[in-house]
Each structure stands twice: as C-alpha cells, then as structure tokens.
Design a protein. Structure first.
Length: 483
C-alpha cells in the first residue's frame, strides 16, 4: 500500500509539528478542562526493477542524473492556542487496588465498559533489579481509571480474560509488554500510539508531545524516572500515573485517523501485531560485554576481570533486588580492570569502590579479580567477541570491498523509500537486516529471493512490498559493476 498524493495534499501543518507530515488540526475535547465528556476522534513512486542491462551500463550515473523533485513542503498553519495544562483526572485520583476483592470489582467494571482500553505500567528500572511492574494503570469508557498494585495483585489473568476481545492501547508497547507478561496480562489486539506516530511521520512521538500536538493538552512527565517500588506511593505520583492513561484512547483515535488518511493503517496494524506476538528475547550470551566503557579494554586478561567483576556485581544486585549500577557503577568495573589492583586496599582506592557497603563488598570483588587473573589462556574471553553478526560497516572497505559496494547502494535505496513515504528508515527496515543482506547475500539476487531473505529476517509484508524489488535491483547493479 502506498501513500496517496491526494492524502498528502490534504494535510495541514501545525507549528508544533512542522517537519515531515504533522497532524491535522485537533478536534476539541470540551469546554474547560473537564466540563464534559471527552469528544472522540471518530471510529476509531512505483519503483522499477532496474535490471542491470547494456542500457544501464550506458546510462548516466546517479551523480549525473538530475535530482528528483521532492514533494512540496506543506505551508505552516497559523499558530494555534497554547496547550491547556492537564492537571488532574476528570474523576479524581482513584484508590490503588491492592486486594483480591478490589481486583475482582475492577474486573467486573472493566468487563462492562466499552471501547478500547488504555494500559500503562510503571517500573523502577534505575532502582530495582529487573524490569518488574510496580503499578499498572487502565482506563476504559464506562469503567473509569484503575490503578493496580501488582506487588499485592501479581496475577492479572482474570482481568486479561475480561478484556480478551478488547483492543488495548499502549504507548511504546514493547517497553511495557514484558513486565505485563509477568503478571499474565497480555493483549489479543494492540494499538501502539508511539509506533503509530512514527509511521505517520510525526517528529515528536513521546506521549506528552503527541498529546500536546494532537489533542491540545500539556501533560507533565515529571515522575517517569522515580522509584515506583516506593510504598505508599505519593499522591502526586498516583495523579501522574492516572493522567498517563487519561487521554490515551483519544490519542489512539487521532493517530488511527491520520494513518488511515495517509494510507498507512495496514502497515501500522502489521507492526502492532509484530510487537504483540514478539517472543521474549533470548538471554544474551555475554551480557557483561554491555558494560559501559568496556570498548576501552583491549587485552583478554583485562576483559576477564571485567567479566568477573560484572558477574559478582550481578549476583549481589539480584540478591539485594537493586539496580546493578547502584551496587557498583560500570566506571568502577572498567577502571579496576585497567588498574589491576594487587590488594583489597588498592581496590578500595579505585573510584566507585568506596563507601560503607561497597568497601565491605571489595573483599568479594578482589577474590573474583584474582581468580580472573589466574585463568588459563583458553578460558579468557575472546576479543573481539565471537558473533554471527556482520563486522562494523566502517571496516568493510578493507575486509570485503564487494560487500561495501553493496551496502553503498542499498543504504541510500532504503533511505529514499523512507523519505518518499515519510517513515523513519529504521521503521521501514531494520538497519541490521540491510547489513546482513549486503554482507552475506543469497546466491540469487532476484526480487523473490531477496523478499524471502527479508521475510526470514523478520520483515513484515508491507516492508517487503516496498523494499524487496528496490534492494534486489540495487544489489544486482552493484554486482554488475564489481564483476
């Protein structure tokens, strides 16, 4: 499905979103902040194959071709009114549900509601070990807003069953679905407003900016990084959490209408389903390699120290239910691996190992450091790490010039398609998939084979329809010029 020119011409630019294709003017949502119910937003270049032929060889190069005319930039609309501050939920802040009886009542209430349900979750990523949810927020027409404490109500399967036939609306769903899955709370139908905003071409896709640009309300985002494992939760935090779902369904309707007007709704539905059905990621083989600053550690023996200190810190963090960075910062691990202290006293002198708790931990850290230094060479970590991923593209000119030539034509081809349809390049096709195609392409470079490669790599049908024939032609052209 392609974006229609007429749909693009109908768009109107707002000052808040003047780049790409901004939203159409928002429809009002009532006089005064909460004078009435919130109004709803309704219900809810053909590319040639470019086969390399004799004519292609004689044709002017890309540099010689006249530049294609870009679609005319839409004219900015006059400045609208300032967004209204969204200060409190229209029914007030509900009590937190923390009992089986309260949860049962919420299940009945939401089962009797109508329309889509807005869902959000708050975590304590910078404070606790893992990505567990510490508050779940829901809102549905006819049911109001619910705030659920998942530490007291850890099984939300009955609520999920009550909403099985309902579309769930989340913002950046891939961030919340893993912690909701731990609560047996997963959707059967999904609408992701953040992902939809990306596909629609909005320049700002955070929840606050999108509500401001599309609905005309300013949403404070002051508590997103707070420790949501705190009990009891402060009233101001609960108000913030309730407001996160207050207008989420309205935002869904606005994004839905925009995607439909651009001819991208089917693309979005495919993306939402891919997010909804994505399996949990496989555990990383060597998670310690993500230590910030580890790229500065070059020798295998020093890398073994990084690994040992990281694993010891992870063990302590899990045991104490603390974010690993609060147990010991990455900078301390890398610095210790660089200095290789000879005694516990020297280790305590490394920045990050001081303080009462960390100083006490230093004995255990030094023990694993000494063990790492005593490892036989065969047990040292490999540098660079073994991986099936292509090497960094900047090295391709030296290691595989033909692959570099393929990438040099494939990247701009994908970028051109993304620009044509006003979709972020990374949403059109994962950059890693493009690199893999160029590094180890299939033997046959016909369009069908390239399409199969993309499909195997996880590309959705709309992505394949837009890119397979263009990538196939680009790779054939690159191959013809390197023979």
């Amino acid at each position: 499905m392609r974006t229609s020119v007429e749909a693009e011409r109908r768009r109107v630019v707002t000052p808040a979103a003047a780049r790409l294709f901004p939203p159409r003017p928002a429809r009002g949502i009532g006089e005064g902040p909460w004078a009435g119910t919130v109004a709803r937003y309704g219900k809810g270049v053909t590319d040639s194959a470019l086969e390399p032929t004799a004519a292609d060889e004689a044709a002017p190069t890309d540099a010689e071709q006249p530049a294609a005319a870009a679609p005319p930039a839409p004219e900015p609309a006059p400045a609208g009114p300032e967004p209204k501050p969204l200060l409190s939920p229209r029914e007030g802040v509900p009590e937190v549900i923390a009992t089986a009886e309260g949860l049962a009542a919420a299940v009945a209430r939401f089962a009797a509601g109508s329309g889509a349900v807005a869902v959000d979750a708050e975590r304590a990523s910078g404070f606790r070990y893992g990505q567990r949810a510490y508050l779940v927020q829901l809102r549905r027409e006819g049911a109001g807003t619910a705030l659920i404490d998942p530490t007291a109500c850890p099984d939300l399967s009955e609520l999920a069953a009550a909403l099985a036939d309902t579309e769930w609306v989340l913002h950046a769903a891939s961030q919340d679905l893993p912690c909701l899955r731990e609560l047996n709370f997963t959707p059967q139908r999904l609408f992701d407003t953040e992902l939809g905003g990306r596909l629609a071409g909005y320049p700002r896709v955070g929840l606050g900016p999108m509500i401001e640009d599309l609905l005309g309300y300013h949403l404070e985002k002051g508590h997103s990084a707070d420790d949501w494992s705190t009990r009891p939760l402060p009233e101001s935090w609960l108000k913030y959490a309730a407001l996160d779902v207050e207008l989420l369904v309205d935002l869904r309707d606005a994004v839905h209408d925009e995607l439909e007007s651009q001819g991208k709704l089917d693309w979005a539905l495919q993306e939402f389903e891919a997010v909804r059905t994505a399996p949990p990621p496989e555990p990383r083989a060597e998670p310690w390699r993500r230590t910030s600053g580890v790229h500065r550690v070059r020798k295998a023996r020093n890398l073994a120290v990084v690994r040992a200190l990281w694993e010891r810190r992870d063990e302590l963090a899990r045991r104490r239910d603390m974010a690993p960075g609060r147990v010991l910062p990455d900078t301390a691990i890398v610095e210790a691996a660089a200095r290789l202290p000879k005694t516990v006293h020297e280790l305590r002198a490394v920045p990050g190992f001081s303080g009462r708790t960390r100083s006490a931990d230093a004995v255990g850290y030094f023990a694993v450091l000494e063990a790492a230094l005593a490892l036989p060479d065969r047990d040292l970590p490999h540098h660079p790490p073994r991986t099936d991923a292509p090497p960094p593209a900047k090295s391709w000119d030296r290691s595989d010039p033909e692959a570099a030539a393929r990438l040099a034509v494939a990247r701009p081809a994908v970028t051109a398609i993304a620009d044509e349809h006003r979709v972020p390049t990374e949403n059109l096709l994962l950059p890693d998939l493009v690199r893999r195609l160029c590094w180890a392409p299939p033997t046959d470079l016909d369009d069908a084979t390239v399409a199969d490669f993309l499909r195997t790599g996880g590309a959705r049908p709309w992505q394949i329809d837009l890119t397979a024939h263009v990538l196939g032609a680009a790779l054939r052209r690159a191959e013809a010029h390197t023979v």
